[in-house]
Design a protein around this ligand. Structure first.
Ligand code: MV4
Length: 493
C-alpha cells in the first residue's frame, strides 16, 4: 500500500493523511466544488474534484471516488466516518475494483447495519441484551403479548435505524398497535425497510461504548471504553475515556462482550460496540458501529495507540501490532465537539465566516480541525468544525485543562458549542461523574450561558474601537510624513 485515497473531508481527512504521511504513504484527496480551498485539499499529495457541493453529488458517489482512485493510482481507500463509511456495497465495490478498503468486509457491515441481524448474531455469543424481540414484528398481537410480559414502557426500534433514528416509546397496551404501525411506516419512509422490533425501555441509561480492533487472522483486542452520555438529539457533544463509573471487572466483561460481537460477524479493522449501562452497572448490547468514530481520539490519548495507523496495518493484512496484555489506560482524556451551533437557540446550526480562528495550544491539548481563519463554513455538511481534546493524568486535571483550552480557543464570526462545553464540564453532576443520557434535558438552561458582565464587555469593546480608530489616524499621519525617508534615519540609527 503506497497511496491512499481519502473519501472524506474536513478534520477526519486531515487526521487520516497525517498518519499516512508518517507512514510514508502518499495521499489523494477528493473534494466537492464547495471544498476547493479547504486545508485537506492542500495537504494531500494530489486532489481531484468529484462534483458539486451536495454530498449526494460528490462524497456519496462511489463510482466517482473509485474512478479517482484508479486515475491517481491509489491502491487503498479510507472512508473516514459518515458518508460511505458504513455502506456495505461501497466496501464491496472498492474490493471488486482491486483496491483495499480500509475498513471491514461488506458482510460485516451488512450484518451490523441491520439491528435485528446484529442482535441475532450477538445472541449466539451470550452477549447481554435488553429484554425484547430478535425477529421483525410480523404479528402485532403476538408482539403485544411479549410487550405485556416485559412490561411498559417499551421502545419500538427500526431494524435499519441506528443512532436514535426510528425509535418510539410506547407507554401502555392501548397505544401499542398504533405506535407499531407508525414506527413501521416511518421506517419504510426513512430506510426503505419496515422491519421493527421491541425492547424494554431503559429509563436514564449511560451510553458507554467499547473500542476494539481485529485483524484478518482472527486476533482481537479491546481498547477500553468511551463515555458518551452527554448528547443532544442523538448528537454527542462531550466524550471521555475512561468512564468515571466502570470498575476494572465490568470494563473487562464489557471488553470481552465487545470482542464476541465482533467475532460474531468476522469483523476486522477498528470498530465500536455500543452499550446501555444502568445505575447498577448492568450493561446491554445496543449496536455496533463498523467505522472509525469521531471520538476515537480520546482512546488514542489514553492508550497511546494510533488507531488510523493500526487500521492501515490491518488492511495490509498484518497482525495486530499489540495484544490485550500490551494495552493499559494511562491518564484521562475529554473531547468537546466544536460545532457551529447556537446553544442559546436550541442548538440549531449557525452559519457564517470564521472571522477569527485561533486554536488553543500547550501541554495536553489536541485540536483536530478542518477549517482555518477567514473561511466560510459551508451549509452542505456536518456542523462539527473541530474537536478539542484535553489529556491529563487525572480526570479532574483533564477537566481543568479543557476549561483552560476553551478559554484560549478564540473563534469569532460564528456561534459554537464551546461555552456550552465549559458550562457542562463544570457542573456538579459532571465533576462528580454522576450523570446519564438525560444530562442536558435535566440540567441545561440556555440562560446559564449568558454572561453577567455583558454591559462591561460592551463598554470595553466601544472603548477599544475608539482607541483603534484614533491610533489608526496617528499611524497614517506618521506614514505620510515619513514617506520616502529611511526608517533608520527616523529612528536615528
Ligand atoms: C435504548 C434506550 C433505552 N432503552 N434502548 C439511542 C441511540 C440508539 N443507539 C439506541 N438508543 C437508545 N436505545 C432501550 N432499550 C435509550 C436510547 C437512547 C440513548 C442511547 C444512548 C445515548 C443517548 C440516548 C438518548 C436517548 C435514547
Amino acid at each position: 500500500m503506497n497511496k491512499i485515497l481519502i473519501a472524506n473531508r474536513g478534520e477526519i481527512a486531515m487526521r487520516i493523511m497525517r498518519t499516512a504521511k508518517e507512514m510514508g504513504i502518499k495521499t489523494v484527496a477528493v473534494f466537492s466544488e464547495a471544498d476547493r480551498n479547504m486545508p485537506f485539499v492542500r495537504y494531500a499529495d494530489e486532489a481531484i474534484c468529484i462534483g458539486p457541493a451536495l454530498s449526494s453529488q460528490s462524497y456519496l458517489r462511489a463510482e466517482k471516488i473509485i474512478a479517482a482512485a484508479k486515475q491517481t493510482g491509489a491502491d487503498a481507500i479510507h472512508p473516514g466516518y459518515g458518508f460511505l463509511s458504513e455502506n456495505a456495497s461501497f466496501s464491496k465495490a472498492v474490493s471488486d475494483a482491486g483496491l483495499i478498503f480500509i475498513g471491514p468486509a461488506a458482510h460485516s457491515i451488512e450484518i451490523m447495519g441491520s439491528k435485528i441481524g446484529a442482535k441475532q448474531a450477538a445472541k449466539k455469543f451470550n452477549v447481554p441484551m435488553v429484554p425484547g424481540t430478535e425477529e421483525p414484528i410480523s404479528d402485532v398481537n403476538v408482539a403485544r403479548k411479549i410487550a405485556n410480559s416485559i412490561g411498559y414502557p417499551i421502545l419500538v426500534k427500526a431494524s435499519a435505524g441506528g443512532g436514535g433514528k426510528g425509535m418510539r416509546v410506547v407507554n401502555n397496551d392501548e397505544e401499542f398497535e398504533e405506535q407499531i404501525r407508525t414506527a413501521k411506516s416511518e421506517a419504510l419512509n426513512a430506510f426503505g425497510n419496515d422491519d421493527v422490533f421491541i425492547e424494554k425501555y431503559v429509563g436514564a441509561p449511560r451510553h458507554i461504548e467499547i473500542q476494539l480492533m481485529g485483524d484478518k487472522h482472527g486476533n482481537y483486542a479491546y481498547l477500553f471504553e468511551r463515555e458518551c452520555s452527554i448528547q443532544r438529539r442523538h448528537q454527542k457533544l462531550i466524550e471521555e475515556a475512561p468512564s468515571s463509573c466502570l470498575t476494572p471487572e465490568i470494563r473487562k466483561q464489557m471488553g470481552e462482550c465487545a470482542i464476541a460481537v465482533a467475532r460474531s460477524c468476522d469483523y476486522y479493522g477498528a470498530g465500536t460496540v455500543e452499550f446501555l449501562v444502568d445505575e447498577n452497572l448492568n450493561f446491554y448490547f445496543l449496536e455496533m458501529n463498523t467505522r472509525l468514530q469521531v471520538e476515537h481520539c480520546v482512546t488514542e490519548m489514553i492508550t497511546g495507540i494510533d488507531l488510523v495507523k493500526e487500521q492501515i496495518n490491518v488492511a495490509r493484512g498484518n497482525k495486530l501490532s499489540f495484544t490485550q496484555d500490551d494495552l493499559h489506560i494511562t491518564g484521562h482524556a475529554i473531547e468537546l465537539r466544536v460545532c457551529t451551533e447556537d446553544p442559546l437557540n436550541n442548538f440549531l446550526p449557525d452559519i457564517g465566516k470564521l472571522e477569527i480562528y485561533q486554536p488553543p495550544k500547550g501541554p495536553g491539548v489536541r485540536v483536530d480541525d478542518g477549517y482555518e481563519e477567514g473561511m466560510e463554513i459551508p451549509i452542505f455538511y456536518d456542523s462539527m468544525i473541530a474537536k478539542l481534546i484535553a489529556y491529563a493524568p487525572t480526570r479532574d486535571e483533564a477537566i481543568d485543562r479543557l476549561c483552560r483550552a476553551i478559554d484560549e480557543y478564540y473563534i469569532k464570526g460564528i456561534k459554537t458549542t464551546m461555552e456550552f462545553g465549559k458550562w457542562a464540564v463544570q457542573t456538579e453532576p459532571f465533576r462528580s461523574g454522576k450523570f446519564d443520557t438525560k444530562f442536558i434535558d435535566k440540567y441545561f438552561k440556555p440562560e446559564y450561558l449568558f454572561k453577567e458582565d455583558v454591559g462591561q464587555e460592551e463598554v470595553a469593546a466601544l472603548l477599544s474601537a475608539y482607541i483603534w480608530e484614533k491610533d489608526k489616524k496617528q499611524t497614517l499621519t506618521k506614514q505620510a510624513v515619513t514617506n520616502g525617508v529611511s526608517k533608520w534615519k527616523i529612528n536615528r540609527r
